[in-house]
Design a binder for this molecule. Structure first.
Ligand code: IMP
Length: 409
Protein backbone atom coordinates (compact mmCIF):
# COMPACT_ATOMS: atom_id res chain seq x y z
CA UNK A 1 0.00 0.00 0.00
CA UNK A 2 1.34 3.43 -0.94
CA UNK A 3 0.41 6.55 1.04
CA UNK A 4 1.52 10.06 0.12
CA UNK A 5 1.92 12.60 2.94
CA UNK A 6 2.06 16.12 1.55
CA UNK A 7 1.80 19.63 2.92
CA UNK A 8 -1.51 21.34 2.11
CA UNK A 9 -0.37 24.91 2.95
CA UNK A 10 2.91 26.84 2.61
CA UNK A 11 5.05 24.16 4.28
CA UNK A 12 5.85 23.55 7.95
CA UNK A 13 2.48 21.86 8.56
CA UNK A 14 3.95 19.14 10.76
CA UNK A 15 4.53 16.51 8.06
CA UNK A 16 7.65 15.22 9.86
CA UNK A 17 5.69 14.26 12.95
CA UNK A 18 2.91 12.64 10.89
CA UNK A 19 5.34 10.64 8.74
CA UNK A 20 7.17 9.54 11.88
CA UNK A 21 3.84 8.51 13.45
CA UNK A 22 2.64 6.56 10.40
CA UNK A 23 6.07 5.05 9.79
CA UNK A 24 5.56 2.61 12.65
CA UNK A 25 3.46 0.54 10.22
CA UNK A 26 5.47 1.23 7.06
CA UNK A 27 8.39 -0.77 5.73
CA UNK A 28 9.88 1.91 3.52
CA UNK A 29 9.78 5.72 3.60
CA UNK A 30 10.59 7.59 0.38
CA UNK A 31 11.06 11.36 0.44
CA UNK A 32 10.02 12.58 -3.00
CA UNK A 33 10.96 16.25 -3.27
CA UNK A 34 12.85 19.26 -1.94
CA UNK A 35 16.26 19.40 -0.38
CA UNK A 36 17.99 20.88 2.62
CA UNK A 37 15.57 23.83 2.46
CA UNK A 38 13.08 21.67 4.38
CA UNK A 39 13.11 21.13 8.12
CA UNK A 40 11.19 18.39 9.88
CA UNK A 41 11.08 18.32 13.66
CA UNK A 42 10.30 15.10 15.50
CA UNK A 43 9.87 14.86 19.25
CA UNK A 44 10.11 11.50 21.01
CA UNK A 45 9.90 11.85 24.79
CA UNK A 46 12.68 14.26 25.79
CA UNK A 47 14.55 13.93 22.49
CA UNK A 48 14.11 16.36 19.64
CA UNK A 49 15.40 15.64 16.12
CA UNK A 50 15.65 18.17 13.28
CA UNK A 51 15.83 16.50 9.87
CA UNK A 52 16.36 18.31 6.58
CA UNK A 53 17.12 15.65 3.98
CA UNK A 54 16.77 12.27 5.65
CA UNK A 55 13.18 10.92 5.63
CA UNK A 56 11.45 11.04 8.99
CA UNK A 57 11.10 7.23 9.32
CA UNK A 58 14.83 6.92 10.09
CA UNK A 59 14.18 7.14 13.84
CA UNK A 60 12.69 3.62 13.88
CA UNK A 61 15.46 1.00 14.02
CA UNK A 62 14.11 -1.26 11.25
CA UNK A 63 12.90 1.05 8.46
CA UNK A 64 14.51 1.61 5.08
CA UNK A 65 14.49 5.23 3.92
CA UNK A 66 15.14 6.49 0.41
CA UNK A 67 15.98 9.99 -0.80
CA UNK A 68 13.93 10.01 -3.99
CA UNK A 69 14.44 11.11 -7.58
CA UNK A 70 12.65 14.44 -7.10
CA UNK A 71 15.04 15.59 -4.40
CA UNK A 72 18.05 17.85 -4.83
CA UNK A 73 20.68 16.62 -2.41
CA UNK A 74 23.57 18.56 -0.98
CA UNK A 75 26.09 15.87 0.05
CA UNK A 76 27.68 18.12 2.68
CA UNK A 77 24.29 18.68 4.32
CA UNK A 78 23.40 14.98 4.02
CA UNK A 79 26.55 13.66 5.68
CA UNK A 80 26.38 16.41 8.33
CA UNK A 81 22.85 15.32 9.17
CA UNK A 82 23.82 11.64 9.26
CA UNK A 83 26.74 12.42 11.58
CA UNK A 84 24.26 14.21 13.87
CA UNK A 85 22.06 11.08 13.92
CA UNK A 86 25.07 8.92 14.82
CA UNK A 87 25.83 11.27 17.72
CA UNK A 88 22.26 10.75 18.97
CA UNK A 89 22.74 6.98 18.83
CA UNK A 90 20.67 6.34 15.66
CA UNK A 91 22.21 3.51 13.65
CA UNK A 92 21.43 4.40 10.04
CA UNK A 93 24.10 2.30 8.28
CA UNK A 94 22.59 0.31 5.41
CA UNK A 95 19.15 1.92 5.90
CA UNK A 96 19.61 5.16 3.95
CA UNK A 97 19.48 4.90 0.17
CA UNK A 98 19.61 7.62 -2.49
CA UNK A 99 17.92 7.39 -5.88
CA UNK A 100 20.52 7.23 -8.64
CA UNK A 101 18.35 9.68 -10.61
CA UNK A 102 18.31 12.32 -7.84
CA UNK A 103 20.21 15.53 -8.58
CA UNK A 104 22.99 16.91 -6.42
CA UNK A 105 23.37 20.44 -5.06
CA UNK A 106 26.89 21.73 -5.67
CA UNK A 107 28.74 24.69 -4.08
CA UNK A 108 28.27 26.81 -7.23
CA UNK A 109 24.48 26.30 -6.93
CA UNK A 110 24.50 27.70 -3.39
CA UNK A 111 26.58 30.67 -4.49
CA UNK A 112 24.41 31.46 -7.52
CA UNK A 113 21.23 31.09 -5.41
CA UNK A 114 22.45 33.83 -3.07
CA UNK A 115 23.63 36.04 -5.95
CA UNK A 116 20.33 35.72 -7.84
CA UNK A 117 18.32 36.42 -4.71
CA UNK A 118 20.41 39.53 -3.95
CA UNK A 119 19.81 40.78 -7.51
CA UNK A 120 16.02 40.32 -7.46
CA UNK A 121 13.90 43.45 -7.23
CA UNK A 122 11.27 41.32 -5.49
CA UNK A 123 13.26 38.74 -3.51
CA UNK A 124 11.57 35.36 -2.98
CA UNK A 125 13.15 34.90 0.45
CA UNK A 126 14.88 31.63 -0.50
CA UNK A 127 16.63 29.56 2.13
CA UNK A 128 19.91 30.12 0.25
CA UNK A 129 20.54 26.37 0.01
CA UNK A 130 21.01 26.31 -3.78
CA UNK A 131 17.66 24.59 -4.29
CA UNK A 132 16.26 26.66 -7.17
CA UNK A 133 19.58 26.60 -9.03
CA UNK A 134 19.92 22.80 -8.73
CA UNK A 135 16.38 22.34 -10.08
CA UNK A 136 17.12 24.93 -12.78
CA UNK A 137 20.28 23.10 -13.85
CA UNK A 138 18.23 19.90 -14.01
CA UNK A 139 15.79 21.55 -16.43
CA UNK A 140 18.63 23.07 -18.45
CA UNK A 141 20.05 19.49 -18.69
CA UNK A 142 23.23 20.65 -16.97
CA UNK A 143 22.55 19.02 -13.61
CA UNK A 144 24.54 16.22 -12.00
CA UNK A 145 22.68 13.12 -10.82
CA UNK A 146 24.02 10.55 -8.43
CA UNK A 147 24.23 8.14 -11.38
CA UNK A 148 26.70 10.52 -13.07
CA UNK A 149 29.29 11.09 -10.41
CA UNK A 150 31.63 8.26 -11.38
CA UNK A 151 31.42 9.07 -15.09
CA UNK A 152 34.22 11.61 -15.82
CA UNK A 153 32.60 12.60 -19.13
CA UNK A 154 29.51 13.86 -17.33
CA UNK A 155 31.64 16.04 -15.07
CA UNK A 156 33.85 17.80 -17.64
CA UNK A 157 31.82 21.00 -17.64
CA UNK A 158 31.87 21.42 -13.88
CA UNK A 159 33.80 24.20 -12.18
CA UNK A 160 36.94 23.03 -10.32
CA UNK A 161 35.30 23.87 -6.99
CA UNK A 162 32.36 21.58 -7.73
CA UNK A 163 34.58 18.75 -8.93
CA UNK A 164 36.73 18.95 -5.79
CA UNK A 165 33.54 18.94 -3.71
CA UNK A 166 32.28 15.75 -5.37
CA UNK A 167 35.66 14.08 -4.76
CA UNK A 168 35.04 14.48 -1.03
CA UNK A 169 31.72 12.61 -1.08
CA UNK A 170 31.83 10.28 -4.12
CA UNK A 171 32.62 6.98 -2.39
CA UNK A 172 30.16 7.47 0.44
CA UNK A 173 27.39 8.55 -1.96
CA UNK A 174 27.96 5.58 -4.26
CA UNK A 175 27.50 3.21 -1.32
CA UNK A 176 23.94 4.55 -0.92
CA UNK A 177 23.01 4.56 -4.60
CA UNK A 178 19.85 2.68 -5.61
CA UNK A 179 17.58 2.36 -8.62
CA UNK A 180 14.38 3.51 -6.90
CA UNK A 181 11.99 2.13 -9.53
CA UNK A 182 13.59 -1.32 -9.32
CA UNK A 183 13.76 -1.11 -5.51
CA UNK A 184 10.00 -0.48 -5.23
CA UNK A 185 9.10 -2.94 -8.01
CA UNK A 186 10.70 -5.67 -5.90
CA UNK A 187 8.66 -4.55 -2.86
CA UNK A 188 5.19 -4.37 -4.42
CA UNK A 189 3.48 -5.61 -1.28
CA UNK A 190 5.34 -3.34 1.12
CA UNK A 191 3.69 -0.51 3.03
CA UNK A 192 5.42 2.56 1.61
CA UNK A 193 5.10 6.14 2.84
CA UNK A 194 5.94 8.90 0.38
CA UNK A 195 7.05 11.92 2.36
CA UNK A 196 6.66 15.34 0.78
CA UNK A 197 8.48 18.53 1.61
CA UNK A 198 7.27 22.15 1.54
CA UNK A 199 3.58 22.23 0.54
CA UNK A 200 0.95 22.58 -2.19
CA UNK A 201 1.20 26.38 -2.13
CA UNK A 202 5.00 26.25 -2.53
CA UNK A 203 4.82 23.78 -5.43
CA UNK A 204 6.37 25.07 -8.66
CA UNK A 205 3.06 24.66 -10.57
CA UNK A 206 0.20 24.79 -8.08
CA UNK A 207 1.87 27.25 -5.69
CA UNK A 208 1.83 31.05 -5.49
CA UNK A 209 4.39 31.41 -8.30
CA UNK A 210 6.99 32.94 -8.32
CA UNK A 211 6.98 32.92 -4.51
CA UNK A 212 7.40 29.16 -4.41
CA UNK A 213 10.16 26.59 -4.08
CA UNK A 214 11.31 24.85 -7.25
CA UNK A 215 10.36 21.22 -6.70
CA UNK A 216 7.16 19.19 -7.06
CA UNK A 217 5.78 19.31 -3.55
CA UNK A 218 2.36 18.30 -4.91
CA UNK A 219 1.09 14.71 -4.56
CA UNK A 220 1.90 14.05 -8.20
CA UNK A 221 5.56 14.53 -7.26
CA UNK A 222 5.42 11.15 -5.53
CA UNK A 223 4.24 9.55 -8.75
CA UNK A 224 6.61 11.36 -11.10
CA UNK A 225 9.65 11.30 -8.86
CA UNK A 226 9.07 8.75 -6.12
CA UNK A 227 9.66 5.57 -8.12
CA UNK A 228 5.98 4.69 -8.80
CA UNK A 229 3.32 5.90 -11.24
CA UNK A 230 0.05 7.76 -10.50
CA UNK A 231 -2.05 4.58 -10.27
CA UNK A 232 0.31 3.25 -7.62
CA UNK A 233 -0.89 5.82 -5.09
CA UNK A 234 -3.54 4.41 -2.75
CA UNK A 235 -4.12 7.45 -0.58
CA UNK A 236 -3.12 11.12 -0.43
CA UNK A 237 -2.96 12.73 3.01
CA UNK A 238 -2.89 16.52 3.12
CA UNK A 239 -1.39 17.88 6.33
CA UNK A 240 -2.49 21.34 7.52
CA UNK A 241 -2.30 23.42 10.67
CA UNK A 242 -5.25 24.88 12.61
CA UNK A 243 -3.92 28.25 11.40
CA UNK A 244 -1.57 29.23 8.54
CA UNK A 245 2.12 30.14 8.46
CA UNK A 246 4.50 31.16 5.74
CA UNK A 247 8.24 31.86 5.66
CA UNK A 248 9.89 33.91 2.98
CA UNK A 249 8.06 36.45 0.85
CA UNK A 250 4.86 36.32 -1.17
CA UNK A 251 1.13 36.85 -0.79
CA UNK A 252 -0.65 35.53 2.30
CA UNK A 253 -4.29 36.69 2.41
CA UNK A 254 -5.02 35.81 6.07
CA UNK A 255 -1.72 37.11 7.52
CA UNK A 256 -2.16 39.09 10.75
CA UNK A 257 -0.99 42.67 10.31
CA UNK A 258 -0.08 43.19 13.97
CA UNK A 259 3.21 41.56 14.95
CA UNK A 260 3.79 43.45 18.20
CA UNK A 261 4.49 41.66 21.50
CA UNK A 262 1.16 40.49 22.95
CA UNK A 263 -0.53 40.33 19.50
CA UNK A 264 -2.30 37.17 18.32
CA UNK A 265 0.49 36.65 15.77
CA UNK A 266 3.15 36.77 18.50
CA UNK A 267 1.06 34.48 20.74
CA UNK A 268 0.60 31.81 18.04
CA UNK A 269 4.23 32.06 16.92
CA UNK A 270 5.49 31.47 20.44
CA UNK A 271 2.90 28.87 21.45
CA UNK A 272 3.33 26.93 18.21
CA UNK A 273 7.12 27.49 18.10
CA UNK A 274 6.76 28.97 14.63
CA UNK A 275 10.41 29.56 13.83
CA UNK A 276 12.12 27.99 10.78
CA UNK A 277 13.92 24.70 11.51
CA UNK A 278 16.37 25.39 8.69
CA UNK A 279 16.91 29.15 8.92
CA UNK A 280 15.55 30.09 12.36
CA UNK A 281 13.43 32.80 10.68
CA UNK A 282 10.21 33.75 12.52
CA UNK A 283 7.26 32.49 10.49
CA UNK A 284 4.49 34.81 9.32
CA UNK A 285 1.19 33.79 10.92
CA UNK A 286 -2.51 34.13 10.06
CA UNK A 287 -5.83 32.36 10.42
CA UNK A 288 -6.64 29.13 8.58
CA UNK A 289 -7.45 29.87 4.95
CA UNK A 290 -10.11 27.41 3.83
CA UNK A 291 -10.19 28.79 0.28
CA UNK A 292 -6.51 27.89 -0.07
CA UNK A 293 -6.95 24.54 1.72
CA UNK A 294 -9.85 23.51 -0.52
CA UNK A 295 -7.78 24.45 -3.56
CA UNK A 296 -4.87 22.33 -2.27
CA UNK A 297 -7.25 19.38 -1.73
CA UNK A 298 -8.68 19.64 -5.24
CA UNK A 299 -5.33 20.13 -6.99
CA UNK A 300 -3.88 17.06 -5.29
CA UNK A 301 -6.83 14.67 -4.96
CA UNK A 302 -6.34 14.78 -1.21
CA UNK A 303 -8.62 12.10 0.16
CA UNK A 304 -7.88 12.51 3.87
CA UNK A 305 -6.78 15.58 5.81
CA UNK A 306 -4.50 15.60 8.85
CA UNK A 307 -4.96 18.54 11.22
CA UNK A 308 -1.97 19.58 13.35
CA UNK A 309 -1.29 22.19 16.06
CA UNK A 310 -4.94 22.24 17.18
CA UNK A 311 -3.74 22.63 20.79
CA UNK A 312 -2.16 26.01 19.92
CA UNK A 313 -5.71 27.43 20.08
CA UNK A 314 -6.32 26.03 23.61
CA UNK A 315 -6.27 29.41 25.38
CA UNK A 316 -8.25 31.44 22.85
CA UNK A 317 -11.72 32.78 23.68
CA UNK A 318 -12.56 32.70 19.95
CA UNK A 319 -10.81 32.66 16.58
CA UNK A 320 -11.64 33.10 12.91
CA UNK A 321 -11.24 31.21 9.63
CA UNK A 322 -11.25 32.48 6.06
CA UNK A 323 -14.19 31.20 3.98
CA UNK A 324 -13.96 33.50 0.92
CA UNK A 325 -11.97 36.45 -0.44
CA UNK A 326 -13.24 39.91 -1.30
CA UNK A 327 -11.45 41.01 -4.44
CA UNK A 328 -12.12 44.49 -5.88
CA UNK A 329 -15.60 44.48 -4.36
CA UNK A 330 -16.54 40.94 -5.47
CA UNK A 331 -16.68 37.75 -3.40
CA UNK A 332 -14.62 34.84 -4.72
CA UNK A 333 -14.06 31.43 -3.24
CA UNK A 334 -11.40 30.01 -5.55
CA UNK A 335 -7.66 30.53 -5.04
CA UNK A 336 -6.43 32.92 -7.77
CA UNK A 337 -3.28 32.34 -9.86
CA UNK A 338 -2.44 36.04 -10.16
CA UNK A 339 -0.08 37.25 -7.47
CA UNK A 340 -1.63 40.71 -7.70
CA UNK A 341 -5.09 39.23 -7.03
CA UNK A 342 -3.79 37.19 -4.11
CA UNK A 343 -2.12 40.26 -2.66
CA UNK A 344 -5.33 42.29 -3.00
CA UNK A 345 -7.63 39.53 -1.71
CA UNK A 346 -9.20 40.45 1.63
CA UNK A 347 -10.26 37.47 3.72
CA UNK A 348 -13.92 37.02 4.60
CA UNK A 349 -13.79 35.54 8.07
CA UNK A 350 -16.12 33.33 10.07
CA UNK A 351 -15.79 33.31 13.87
CA UNK A 352 -15.63 30.16 16.02
CA UNK A 353 -15.79 29.80 19.82
CA UNK A 354 -12.64 28.56 21.53
CA UNK A 355 -12.61 25.69 24.04
CA UNK A 356 -10.47 27.33 26.74
CA UNK A 357 -9.04 24.06 28.04
CA UNK A 358 -5.94 21.99 27.30
CA UNK A 359 -6.47 19.24 24.72
CA UNK A 360 -2.83 18.12 24.81
CA UNK A 361 -3.65 14.89 26.61
CA UNK A 362 -6.80 14.15 24.60
CA UNK A 363 -6.49 10.90 22.64
CA UNK A 364 -9.96 10.38 21.18
CA UNK A 365 -12.43 12.31 19.04
CA UNK A 366 -15.20 11.88 21.61
CA UNK A 367 -13.06 13.46 24.36
CA UNK A 368 -12.36 16.63 22.32
CA UNK A 369 -14.36 19.66 23.49
CA UNK A 370 -17.50 20.31 21.41
CA UNK A 371 -16.08 23.62 20.11
CA UNK A 372 -13.01 21.84 18.72
CA UNK A 373 -15.18 19.18 17.07
CA UNK A 374 -17.39 21.91 15.55
CA UNK A 375 -14.30 23.53 14.04
CA UNK A 376 -13.07 20.24 12.56
CA UNK A 377 -16.50 19.38 11.18
CA UNK A 378 -16.78 22.79 9.52
CA UNK A 379 -13.39 22.24 7.84
CA UNK A 380 -14.53 18.81 6.63
CA UNK A 381 -17.74 20.20 5.16
CA UNK A 382 -16.02 23.16 3.50
CA UNK A 383 -13.26 21.08 1.92
CA UNK A 384 -15.45 18.00 1.38
CA UNK A 385 -12.58 15.99 2.81
CA UNK A 386 -12.58 13.95 6.05
CA UNK A 387 -10.02 14.75 8.75
CA UNK A 388 -8.61 11.38 9.80
CA UNK A 389 -5.80 12.36 12.20
CA UNK A 390 -5.53 15.26 14.64
CA UNK A 391 -2.27 16.24 16.32
CA UNK A 392 -2.56 17.91 19.73
CA UNK A 393 1.13 18.29 20.60
CA UNK A 394 4.56 17.67 19.17
CA UNK A 395 5.16 14.26 20.76
CA UNK A 396 4.50 11.10 18.74
CA UNK A 397 1.88 10.03 21.27
CA UNK A 398 -0.13 13.28 21.10
CA UNK A 399 -2.20 12.10 18.16
CA UNK A 400 -5.94 11.41 17.80
CA UNK A 401 -6.70 8.73 15.22
CA UNK A 402 -10.23 8.85 13.81
CA UNK A 403 -9.37 6.42 11.01
CA UNK A 404 -6.03 4.73 10.38
CA UNK A 405 -4.70 5.88 7.01
CA UNK A 406 -3.40 2.32 6.49
CA UNK A 407 -6.97 0.97 6.45
CA UNK A 408 -8.12 0.36 2.90
CA UNK A 409 -11.50 2.00 2.19
P1 IMP B 1 13.99 27.82 -1.69
O1 IMP B 1 13.28 26.51 -1.63
O2 IMP B 1 15.16 27.90 -0.75
O3 IMP B 1 14.33 28.23 -3.09
O4 IMP B 1 12.97 28.93 -1.15
C1 IMP B 1 11.82 29.34 -1.89
C2 IMP B 1 10.67 29.68 -0.97
O5 IMP B 1 10.19 28.48 -0.36
C3 IMP B 1 11.04 30.61 0.19
O6 IMP B 1 9.93 31.43 0.49
C4 IMP B 1 11.28 29.66 1.35
O7 IMP B 1 11.08 30.29 2.60
C5 IMP B 1 10.21 28.62 1.06
N1 IMP B 1 10.53 27.31 1.62
C6 IMP B 1 11.44 26.42 1.17
N2 IMP B 1 11.44 25.31 1.93
C7 IMP B 1 10.51 25.50 2.88
C8 IMP B 1 10.01 24.69 3.96
O8 IMP B 1 10.43 23.55 4.18
N3 IMP B 1 9.04 25.24 4.71
C9 IMP B 1 8.52 26.47 4.47
N4 IMP B 1 8.94 27.26 3.48
C10 IMP B 1 9.92 26.78 2.68
Amino acid sequence: MNIVVMGAQWGDEGKGKIVDYLASEAGVIVRFSGGANAGHTIVIGNDKYALHLVPSGILYPDKMVVLGTGMVIDPEALFGELAGLTEKGIDWAGRVLVSDRAHLVLPSHRRIDKEMEAGRKQPIGTTGRGIGVAYGMKSFRDGIRLADIDDPERLVNLEAEDRAFLDLYRDRLLEMKTDLVAFLRKRRNAYVLFEGAQGALLDIDTGSYPFVSSGMSCAAGAAAQGGIGPRGIDRVLGVFKAYTTRVGNGPFPTEFSDDSPGSLQAFIRDTGNEYGVTTGRPRRVGYLDLVALRYACAANSVDRLVLTHLDVYDELESFETCVAYRLRGKLIDDFPASIRDLESAEPVLRRFSGWKTSIKSTRSWEELPRQARDYVQFIEEFTETPVSLISVGSDRTQTIVRESPWTRS
